[in-house]
Design a protein around this ligand. Structure first.
Ligand code: ADP
Ligand code: GN1
Ligand code: MG
Length: 369
């Protein structure tokens, strides 16, 4: 645990630090929830250390986050939204007036007001949550489309370039750093057998059929906070990978995390399958706000769920082979359990692709009529 009182002093908090504890279940950053006393009232803030092993240029990353969150706030204020500051992350400035602070060890930190009366879910509970989460991510893409100025920094180059993710897997197999390759031969075969799928979206982007957009790129269910009472998606969080991408990356990752019948790391493979009702709610919610999609994008919505799940499984497998250096793990087999879970979900999508395509077509035609 870092010294959060010392971190707090790097920011212009205007409140007295009380105490802090590790918070959330993100796989990347170190997140803390800190209580403050502001003139007699208790308030919470989030302090986050950006994982600079994953994000090599954290200051560029914070330039993106600052631009995107200012743009969101300006839009909410222009629309006279009564709770504008609950609907977007806002960066608390450092004592040097920056949207981040650097500690004596060189770690880059940021601070956000805690979004109250809402939370993120690691495992979905009902269709309303799927609908609302997808609606919120679609609205976020709409908002991002109106961000003016220069192209955002690519905080992780080729983040969703699935063929390069497969190449990284091949490199990990060859290096076999952790000596685990022989034990995961079946998973390696599974990934290799789907190499043609890996390049389907990147090819369509390269030939201009699918446009580049500003996208979130990490739309897992727990990266949108849903209102405790109404389930409405109040705030999209985890903006580290908001950068140029494809709308399909965002939709695919929603399917990956909100359409399965169980959580991402459930080792019991018989629990894993596609929930058609959740899938339908996601399509409905997303199409209600993502009104800008072209025909090629709409035609690949179901496929995107398969691709993003396959890609994520490949990444977990790669990390397992590399000795668990990227994703946070809670047990030695965590990454391979996650990989097997993702691949089981890929298989389940493959088995039901025509039903999923039918659901998309039905929602799409209802919207057009
Ligand atoms: P990671 O990249 O590690 O996933 P996140 O930015 O998603 O980090 O934050 C981790 C968790 O902290 C989130 O899943 C969410 O539960 C919580 N969280 C982050 N920011 C806020 C906020 N401003 N208000 C409330 N909870 C937050
Ligand atoms: C990571 O940061 P978090 O936990 O929201 C990862 C995603 C993966 C996801 C798998 C920057 O998301 O790409 O899909 O884990 N984020 C990064 O759960 O690599
Ligand atoms: Mg997260």
């Amino acid at each position: 645990m870092h010294n959060l009182k010392a971190i707090s002093a790097l920011f212009d908090m205007r409140a007295d630090f009380v105490h802090a504890q590790a918070y959330g279940s993100g796989h990347i950053n170190d997140t803390y929830c800190a209580w403050y006393d502001q003139s007699g009232i208790r308030l919470r803030y989030i302090h986050q250390r950006i994982n600079h092993n994953v994000f090599k240029k954290p200051i560029e990353l914070m330039e993106n986050v600052d631009r995107v969150t200012r743009h969101a706030l300006a839009a909410l204020l222009a629309a006279d939204h009564p709770e504008a500051r609950r609907r977007t992350l806002t960066c608390i400035p450092s004592t040097h007036g920056k949207p981040y602070a650097i500690d004596p060890e060189g770690n880059v930190w940021r601070t956000y007001p805690f979004i109250e009366r809402a939370r993120g879910y690691d495992e979905i509970e009902n269709n309303a949550q799927a609908y609302q989460a997808a609606r919120a991510f679609g609205s976020f893409q709409n908002l991002a489309a109106t961000l003016g100025g220069e192209r955002l920094h690519e905080t992780i180059p080729d983040f969703h370039h699935t063929p390069k993710r497969l190449a990284a897997l091949e490199a990990a197999i060859s290096a076999n750093t952790a000596g685990r390759a022989a034990s995961v031969a079946a998973e390696i075969d599974f990934a290799r057998a789907r190499s043609a799928d890996c390049s389907r979206i990147t090819d369509l982007i390269a030939n201009g059929t699918i446009p580049e957009r500003v996208t979130h790129n990490d739309t897992k269910l727990n990266n949108v906070l849903l209102d405790d009472v109404t389930a409405e998606g109040v705030c999209v969080i985890d903006l580290d990978t908001t950068m140029p991408g494809s709308a399909l990356y965002d939709f695919g990752d929603m399917i990956r995390t909100a359409a399965p019948s169980t959580r991402e790391d459930d080792p019991e493979l018989k629990n894993i399958g596609v929930r058609f009702d959740r899938f339908e709610a996601l399509v409905q919610g997303y199409l209600s706000t993502a009104t800008f999609l072209n025909t090629a994008e709409r035609n690949h919505l179901a496929f995107s769920g398969k691709l993003l799940t396959l890609e994520c499984g490949i990444r977990f497998l790669t990390d397992y082979l590399n000795g668990d250096i990227y994703f946070k793990i809670k047990r030695p087999e965590h990454n391979i359990d996650r990989c097997r879970n993702q691949f089981a979900f890929v298989r389940s999508i493959e088995d039901s692709m025509s039903q999923l395509e039918d659901i998309v077509a039905k929602q799409d035609s209802q919207l057009l009529s």
